[in-house]
Design a protein around this ligand. Structure first.
Ligand SMILES: [Zn+2]
Length: 107
């Protein structure tokens, strides 16, 4: 079993509220983590952590987190098999750092 990552000290209730806000922001809308970060007023890094949690739990409500994968702007390589949601730093094919951000939506 994988060890749970240490969570920062934030009361559970606030966590839930932020996740609820992210879920409503993505409901019927496609946004990047940066846009969600602006929408919900939390750092982009935290957006990814919440999205990973939402991805694991949302299917219980018969809904899905739809991910448009990141794409290399230079050669068009699509990062389909990433386990982490975060934007990759470099393209494995052409090594370009010009990467189109992944986009998220909930349906
Ligand atoms: Zn590339």
């Amino acid at each position: 079993m994988r060890k749970r990552p240490k969570e920062p000290f934030i009361p559970v209730e606030r966590h839930e509220t932020v996740r609820q806000k992210i879920i409503s922001a993505l409901d019927g809308q496609t946004l990047s983590a940066k846009e969600i970060s602006g929408n919900v007023s939390i750092p982009e890094k935290e957006v990814y952590e919440h999205l990973e949690h939402i991805q694991r739990t949302i299917s219980k409500r018969n809904r899905n987190l739809i991910i448009t994968p990141a794409e290399c702007i230079k050669c068009g390589f699509v990062f389909r098999k990433r386990e982490r949601l975060k934007k990759p730093g470099k393209c494995p094919v052409c090594r370009s750092e010009l990467i189109e951000e992944p986009l998220f939506s909930i349906k």
